[in-house]
Design a protein around this ligand. Structure first.
Ligand SMILES: Nc1ncnc2c1ncn2[C@@H]1O[C@H](COP(=O)(O)OP(=O)(O)OP(=O)(O)O)[C@@H](O)[C@H]1O
Ligand SMILES: [Mg+2]
Length: 381
């Protein structure tokens, strides 16, 4: 465990948590209307006042971090020393105590649709794979999901067995963003037909006009940042989650998408934001650094908060050698955002893609489908 300090009014507590505890914490915090850092602060206070907290299983705990009030890191370290506990055990005890205590009533929070952008500018790392699989698993869970093919390549649309929107039809996302659409945006949606999704999974298909996205958008005189929110507003309330499949670029389209997933007034942290597929290789770290610079610049210039939801380590194959394993550890040691899931490269995805059938329909029992269900549970919490 290490300790850092980079925000003026709070300190970062970095610890290791098991995936189970991470999931329970997310869920209990959301139910109680709290951010993770607020929940952790409450948990620590509870633990300081509990002399005989039971010990907790911490096997397979992974790096994790959150913000606590000034002085919180030193106090926690001192308390662990006094009780003769590792910090991993200390934080696990505190969070378990808090999660398992009687639930106080949640404070009222606005019911904001969750908005997730699956993105990183590196090509072919699994953005479309992740956006599509996660959306399917969330719909299977019972959530109403809008999947937006925000990449002019239209891979998502095709892989789900659907057709792109015809050029100049007056119904493309770009036309809606420009205020030039001639029909209601609902008429552009497609309901995925597979029974397992219970008509809850809708797709806004791509259109090849998006290849000109940045050029066209740069001529827009006003309201560019808000253009995606404005386009989706008429249908947003029909959904629990909106997922965007991002393009492999860092242009204007990415800025606008990041702007769309910014934390809205009253919305809890890390409910909406960016989900990033990465590989266990050096170029992925370089790509992330660049991507994160853009996110931070946008936050400063546009005065918004865009949360990172986490990494998904994709196409992982530990048999490829020690450097791959080391890179995986490097991703996992990053405390925030954490690695939410690890997917191996499996043929089921390629077969499903080849047949243009959603993965969870094509091979509902494969490891990838189960992985998406676990990820969906965590992100839906
Ligand atoms: N875990 C996986 N197992 C098997 N195949 C995978 C996996 N992840 C991705 N793929 C395949 O790798 C290829 C690239 O993935 P994908 O299209 O999702 O990447 P992308 O980041 O969206 O690419 P682009 O940058 O072009 O948008 C696709 O053929 C996809 O089906
Ligand atoms: Mg893609």
């Amino acid at each position: 465990m290490t300790v850092g300090n980079s925000e003026p009014a709070s300190e970062k507590l970095i610890a290791n948590l098991t995936p189970e505890l991470r999931l329970q914490l997310r869920s209990a915090s959301a139910q109680r209307g709290l951010n993770i850092s607020e929940a952790t602060t409450q948990a620590l206070d509870l633990w300081y006042g509990t002399a005989d907290a039971p010990s907790v299983e911490v096997k397979d705990a992974k790096s994790w971090g959150t913000w606590v009030p000034p002085g919180g890191v030193a106090r926690f370290a001192g308390e662990c020393d006094e009780r003769g506990l590792t910090k991993v055990q200390g934080i696990a005890q505190a969070l378990s105590l808090w999660i398992n205590r009687d639930q106080p009533a949640a404070s009222p929070r606005p019911n904001v649709v969750r908005r997730m952008l699956v993105a990183i500018q590196k090509g072919g790392v699994g953005k479309t794979f992740l956006a599509g699989g996660l959306a399917q698993a969330l719909a299977e869970l019972g959530l109403r999901v809008l999947l937006v093919d925000y990449d002019p390549q239209g891979h998502l649309t095709r892989r789900l067995g659907q057709q792109p929107i015809a050029l100049d039809s007056g119904g493309s996302l770009l036309e809606h963003m420009l205020g030039k659409a001639t029909r209601h945006i609902r008429r552009s949606l497609v309901t995925l037909p597979q029974a397992r999704f219970g008509e809850r999974l809708h797709l806004l298909p791509s259109c090849s006009d998006a290849f000109l996205f940045d050029a066209v958008m740069s001529t827009m005189r006003a309201g560019r940042e808000e253009s995606l929110a404005r386009a989706l507003e008429p249908i947003e309330n029909d959904y629990d989650v909106v997922i965007l499949d991002g393009p492999p670029s860092l242009g204007l389209a990415m800025d606008i998408a990041m702007h769309y997933v910014q934390r809205r007034p009253g919305e809890l942290s890390e409910r909406s934001g960016i989900l990033m597929p990465v590989w266990a290789d050096l170029p992925s770290f370089e790509a992330y650094d660049l991507f994160n610079t853009q996110r931070k610049q946008l936050m400063t210039l546009a005065r918004v908060t865009v949360d990172e939801l986490g990494f998904v380590l994709n196409a992982y194959d530990g048999r490829r050698g020690a450097s791959v394993q080391t890179r995986r550890e490097e991703w996992e040691e990053r405390s925030a955002p954490g690695v939410l899931a690890v997917f191996t490269d499996l043929k089921e995805q390629r077969d499903a893609q080849d047949r243009q059938i959603p993965l969870l329909e094509w091979e509902p029992d494969c490891a990838l489908s189960h992985g998406f269900r676990t990820l969906a549970k965590e992100l839906a919490a």
